[in-house]
Design a protein. Structure first.
Length: 648
């Protein structure tokens, strides 16, 4: 598939989020950039709510429940906003305010799109990484079961398990793209990635920057450029893991942080979005972000600390009466208690928090200061303007500047702790909600650093303009515009240096398909086409998921015995996996195969994901077994039909 043919899938994905989101945003009386940036996050919440409600009402997953939830929510919101006028966003600014936003988002989106095209190489490419076995098959599972609920998705790997929670908004969205366009699952995944990385993220980054530092054109355009300047987001989460759900949650996060800044009301809003309206935006954005991945919620809680602290200090310094001081103190105590409880709820099990440190404190601090977190090359342009922005924010000494500095410090401290702290208790308490996993916190660094880097560009522009005007006559406006265009182009080119190139090269290697690929080779992908043509739709295919054979579910649409690497292996599965190839008709392994109704087996050789050595003794000598017959062989791959063990 060409990237031109890929465009309709991207457009459909954008519409699936934007249409419900715009309806809800209009009902909220949002305007301007708030409406544009919050549309997709609000749409994600509509999708998440529909995913939870549909199974409870016996409605199959598809566009209908999303539209129904959107319509119902829009009516409720419209009535509430009509009754409570304080929830409306006041009219401010004019059409002239739009051009910097459009330019910023177009530049940032185009640069990220270029990076993703270089990484993937084709809309049909897919990440050859550990977690993608689950994500690819989970999208197929949503389609087949007609349920995208976070309370049912876990049944794919634990069919008999109790109801639990697994973040499913990304899977539900991707499944909708497949259903509405007919594209393959990998193409739908890439469509979601392009929309999140090239549209949702730049819009949110620009909104957060303008919320903190104002709407000046240079600042706005710089924010768009820097949205594509950090190697750890969006590229890292599309490479490492692969962490698609967290990637989508983080793409939405800037809108939530901007709403939080507005909610605490440290200054009078410039864009007409008051506290009540900001509260409604948060209520509308956070659920979808959380169902996409709780990591977004945990990160919002972390970033709320500097926001709330700055607001509280400002309130106390403004001179409160005794009653209001006690009220504020009580509110802060409640905030701390609720935050502690929330961290306990979203914290993963202790046995899953096992990632070790990887460097010294000094190295980690140096990476934070030089925009090179997670061992990336120094992002020189980003680092320089970030330092300039930090200095400028300190000199401003206003509440929003301190808020921006607090966000940056929070991201930096979290990274240093997770990457270098020798205190396991500290890491467990502070960074445990992110599994003590360095990449998950490295990916937060751009959100907190980007506004300061944009402020650094604005400060540099102002200083250069003042220096010119002290020595010469002011430039005419056309000349100023020409200089600004050249400067923006230079900034865009300068940010795409070695750090971004290195991140693209790392990600590109994960998406490459070759005979040495960990997950799937060209022969194995071709075998899936044979499976789709040969195996009846309702017949079960066995094979080791560690070799990629379990992906027959995602790629060929056939049910498989083990759709994930980490399965709950029941007694029958264990008997089959340990003794099938050499079993006689009355052996337990044969009886298990009959109960499981295994009809086909895929053998994808010895190469395993992450170079694992998971060997199933009952499947390692199929070429010598009388229980199967060879149907097709392509290179080192083989498809067998089960003919023995009482299975007919």
């Amino acid at each position: 598939m060409s990237y031109v043919a890929f465009v309709p899938a991207v457009v459909v994905c954008a519409l699936v989020l934007a249409v419900p989101g715009l309806v809800l945003g209009v009902a909220l009386r949002l305007r301007g950039l708030w409406l544009a940036a919050a549309a997709a996050p609000l749409g994600l919440t509509a999708l998440a709510a529909a995913a939870i409600a549909a199974p409870a009402l016996g409605i199959p997953w598809g566009p209908l429940p999303v539209l129904a939830v959107t319509a119902l929510a829009a009516v409720v919101i419209a009535v509430f906003v009509a009754v409570v006028p304080a929830t409306r966003q006041a009219r401010t600014g004019g059409r002239s305010d739009w051009w910097p936003v459009v330019v910023a988002v177009l530049i940032g989106g185009a640069l990220v799109a270029f990076q993703l095209v270089r990484v993937t190489g084709s809309p049909e490419a897919f990440s050859q990484s550990y977690d993608n076995v689950f994500h690819l098959n989970a999208v197929r599972w949503v389609i087949d079961t007609e349920s995208a609920s976070p309370f049912t998705l876990g049944r794919m790997t634990s069919p008999e398990g109790a109801l639990g929670f697994y973040p499913s908004a990304w899977h539900g969205l991707t499944a909708l793209v497949v259903e509405l366009t007919g594209v393959s699952i990998p193409v739908a995944i890439n469509a979601v990635s392009f929309v999140a990385a090239c549209a949702i993220w730049p819009l949110g980054a620009v909104l957060l920057t303008r919320t903190l530092f104002g709407s000046r054109p240079v600042l706005t355009v710089a924010a768009g450029v820097f949205a594509a300047a950090f190697p750890t987001f969006p590229l890292l989460l599309l490479n490492y893991g692969v962490l698609y759900p967290m990637f989508l949650s983080y793409a939405v996060l800037p809108v939530a942080v901007a709403g939080l800044v507005r909610l605490v009301g440290v200054v009078r809003p410039r864009d007409g979005l008051g506290r009540w309206a900001a509260l409604l935006v948060l209520v509308g954005v956070v659920p979808g972000m959380s169902v996409a991945h709780p990591g977004g919620l945990v990160s919002l809680l972390a970033f709320s600390v500097p926001v709330v602290v700055v607001a509280a200090v400002q309130a106390f310094r403004s001179g409160l009466g005794r009653a209001r001081a006690w009220l504020l103190s009580g509110a802060l105590a409640v905030y701390a208690v609720l935050g502690f409880i929330a961290l306990g709820i979203v914290r993963p099990p202790a046995d899953q928090i096992y990632w070790p440190i990887a460097e010294s404190i000094g190295q980690a601090v140096g990476e934070v200061l030089t925009a090179s977190v997670y061992f990336m090359p120094v992002a020189t342009v980003v680092a320089v303007f970030s330092v300039v922005g930090i200095v400028a924010a300190v000199r401003r000494r206003d509440a929003l500047a301190w808020t921006a500095l607090g966000l940056w410090l929070m991201a930096g401290v979290l990274y240093v702790i997770v990457a270098a702290s020798t205190s396991e208790l500290l890491r467990l308490m502070i960074t445990g909600p992110w599994y003590n996993n360095i990449p998950r916190l490295a990916a937060l660094y751009p959100l907190a650093t980007l506004p300061l880097a944009a402020l650094g560009v604005q400060s540099t522009w102002d200083a250069a303009k003042r220096a010119w005007e002290r020595r010469r006559e002011p430039l005419p406006r056309p000349a100023v515009a020409a200089v600004a265009v050249v400067a923006a182009a230079a900034l865009a080119v300068g940010t795409q240096g070695s750090a971004i190139r290195d991140a693209m090269d790392q990600a590109k290697s994960v998406y490459a398909i070759s005979d040495e690929s960990w997950m799937l080779t060209p022969d194995e992908i071709e075998m899936f086409r044979v499976v789709a043509d040969t195996v009846p739709e309702d017949e079960l295919v066995a094979g080791s998921p560690w070799t990629g054979a379990g992906l027959a579910y995602a790629f060929a649409g056939r049910p498989v015995l083990m759709p994930h690497l980490l399965m709950d292996v029941d007694p029958d599965m264990r008997l089959f996996l340990e003794g099938f190839d050499s079993a006689a008709a009355d052996d337990p392994a044969c009886e298990a195969a009959e109960r499981l109704d295994v009809r086909w087996i895929l053998d994808f050789g010895d190469q395993q994901i992450n170079n694992q050595q998971e060997v199933y003794e009952g499947l390692d000598a199929l070429d010598e077994s009388e229980n199967v017959e060879l149907v097709e062989r392509i290179g080192d791959t083989a498809l067998y039909r089960v003919v023995g063990c009482g299975v007919s």
